[in-house]
Write a protein that binds this ligand. Structure first.
Ligand code: IMP
Ligand code: MG
Length: 177
């Protein structure tokens, strides 16, 4: 695929495989929360494409909300702390919440985010992550819905960026750094 830069990107997971898996996760969430309404929380910006594809495949009453937390800058290492950069629009109190993330790497980001949502009174907090990179885990976070496990390589596409580029690639790829 043309990307107008020098970076070489190799396809790891093609779009059709992602869509198939997202369909399965949507069906699973639909079953798990039968009879309930849920709040689907997109973790900006990486979670956006997975969030949109997943939301379409959940057959339940849903509300959307969005949060932006800082972790990486433009580099590839996670800082131990997260900061809420753009907060949710509404309260999560009393809601069954499903957080939608792009990837769980060290686990720092989601670990703190899930704790924050519980602290704010969500009835339940589950995590759906398109990708899981377990080899880099520093904090043990249970992931309720995982799309794919990936090796310890730098991933781009399908929402994930490298210095803010490549989020729009329609596949999960690996940057040859
Ligand atoms: P954490 O290390 O689990 O806290 O990951 C924090 C965030 O870093 C993730 O939500 C992603 O947005 C980003 N991230 C982690 N690994 C990658 C990667 O391989 N490519 C692009 N972004 C990543
Ligand atoms: Mg993220």
């Amino acid at each position: 695929m043309q990307n107008n830069t020098q970076d070489k990107i190799e396809v790891l997971i093609p779009e059709e495989d992602i869509i198939k898996r997202v369909q399965e996760i949507g069906e699973q969430i639909t079953k798990d929360y039968a009879g309930k309404k849920i709040k689907l929380i997109c973790v900006l910006r990486g979670g956006t494409i997975f969030f949109a594809e997943l939301a379409k495949r959940i057959d339940l009453p849903i509300e959307f909300d969005f949060i932006s937390v800082s972790s990486y800058g433009d580099g590839t290492e996670s800082s131990g702390n997260i900061k809420v950069k753009t907060d949710l629009s509404d309260s999560v109190e009393g809601w069954d919440v499903v957080v939608v993330e792009d990837i769980v790497d060290s686990g720092n980001t989601v670990n703190k985010l899930l704790a924050l949502l519980k602290e704010r009174g969500a009835s339940s907090v589950a995590l759906a992550s398109l990708l899981d990179k377990p080899s880099r885990r520093k904090v043990n976070v249970p992931i309720d819905y995982i799309g794919f496990e990936v090796p310890d390589v730098f991933i781009v596409g399908y929402g994930l960026d490298y210095a803010q580029k490549y989020r729009n690639l329609p596949f999960v790829g690996k940057v040859l750094l």
